[in-house]
Design a protein around this ligand. Structure first.
Ligand code: 7TS
Length: 402
């Protein structure tokens, strides 16, 4: 187990709310002090624009910004030129779909997705399919609701052009066998887009080892800032893709009726980027790397198993994913609307998410109106779980009266 007493000292929010039981890191993690300090340093010491100024302060900001690109690249084993800064996973996935997708998918092609997708990795592909006359094919989930290689093979066809799937489901927490799927897809020259929004904070992600073509994640789910995300793309693909946003800093030579653009990744970063956020992201990566992903995974798994063990013994509670492998627990109190239950948890300073978690197809697959979701991360401890369990029992009993 990680030493959460020391870890909590790195998260200033606990100073404001010492009794906080934060079990909603799947929506956004808490923010680590070194990230906040780094962003503060940018704003107070060299808070100017990047890539433009010929003066020293601007060089300093640009150096910090580009160093962050190197840090992100090393973190996922990519090259710096394969890292595009976006405002989050959503904009990264929209960029792939609207740029790569609209350029390459043709009428009659098929795009493989799954019912586990967050809307960010589904709606952009629905749009591509609609515009291009292509078809979405859904990987049939197994009885537990997992994406399997067998399920994937059953929808793979000579018409498949793109596979766009999640690495870790934000509702069920399952880890997709992404490496095997990518290998099979590549034997048929199919491009694979990986939504790593729920994977990057739990697993050591190595894009070379996975051999994915695109991979997207957000800073705010890995103890970093909101407003920054990453699109990794193989350079030979990024090189050929058109930019979506046109404007300052992404252009080369501008003529009256046309203009040339910079090379990737710069052509995808039009306008003033989220400079403080990009620089802050670097510190989040240092922090997680220092903790070590094996330690993070073991900590989360141990607490999740502890919680699940207790939940199984409670009558009137349904857990949808009893393996809870990435610390995500989807559950319901029988007969109680998840929003009503979450309000009760909130009264006890327990933050949970309730509803469809921007992944409505999962809720439909589970045949429920929504779920409660507890997500466990590095700062949670056994006391959090005990408080959560106690409130779960009280909430069940409270609603039993009606
Ligand atoms: N993909 C997955 C798998 C996600 O979990 C999320 C956010 C996104 C994409 C979008 O990320 P964003 O940073 O662009 O918003 N998921 C959640 C969640 O589960 N609860 O709140 C946000």
């Amino acid at each position: 187990m990680l030493d959460t007493t020391s870890i909590r000292k790195h998260f200033p929010i606990y100073e404001q709310h010492p009794d906080l039981v934060y079990l909603d890191s799947g929506a956004s993690s808490l923010k680590v002090k070194t990230v906040i300090d780094k962003m503060d340093e940018y704003y107070t010491k060299y808070g100017v624009n990047v890539h433009r100024g010929v003066y020293n302060l601007s060089h300093q900001a640009s150096e910090e910004y580009e160093e962050a690109r190197d840090v992100v690249a090393n973190f996922i084993n990519a090259k710096a030129k394969e890292i595009v800064f976006t405002k989050g996973t959503t904009s990264a996935l929209n960029l792939v779909a609207a740029s790569y997708g609209l350029e390459n998918v043709e009428s009659g092609d098929e795009i493989i997705v799954s019912e586990l997708e967050h809307h960010s990795n589904l709606l952009p592909w629905q749009r591509v399919a609609r515009i291009k006359g292509a078809k979405l094919r859904y990987i049939p989930l197994d009885t537990e609701g997992r994406i399997t290689v067998e399920g994937f093979l059953s929808v793979l066809s000579p018409k498949t052009k793109v596979v766009a799937i999640t690495y870790v489901s934000n509702v069920m927490g399952y880890i997709t066998p992404i490496k095997e799927i990518i290998k099979i897809a590549h034997e048929r020259n199919i491009v694979v887009v990986v939504d790593a929004a729920q994977a990057i904070q739990h697993l050591k992600v190595d894009v070379k080892d996975l051999d994915c073509d695109f991979l997207a994640f957000s800073g705010h789910k890995m103890c970093g800032p909101t407003g920054v995300g990453v699109l990794y793309g193989k350079y030979e693909l990024l090189e050929k893709m058109p930019p979506l946003e046109l404007g300052g800093d992404m252009n080369d030579d501008v003529q009256l009726y046309d203009a040339t653009y910079k090379v990737a990744p710069y052509k995808f970063e039009a306008g003033t980027p989220p400079i403080a956020e990009v620089i802050g992201l670097k510190e989040a990566i240092y922090y997680l790397e220092k903790l070590g992903f094996d330690n993070i995974q073991n900590h989360v798994k141990e607490l999740a198993d502890y919680a699940i063990g207790k939940m199984k013994a409670i009558d009137g509670v349904t857990v949808y994913n009893p393996t809870a492998e990435t610390g995500i627990i989807a559950f319901n109190i029988d007969g109680v609307h998840p929003h009503d239950a979450a309000t009760n948890f909130d009264e006890n300073q327990i933050c949970l998410r309730a509803g469809h978690h921007c992944a409505q197809l999962v809720t439909k697959w589970l045949r429920c109106v929504g779920t409660l979701r507890a997500t466990i991360y590095i700062y949670n401890n056994k006391h959090d779980i005990d408080t959560f369990i106690e409130t779960l029992i009280n909430t069940r009993d409270f609603f039993k009266q009606f």
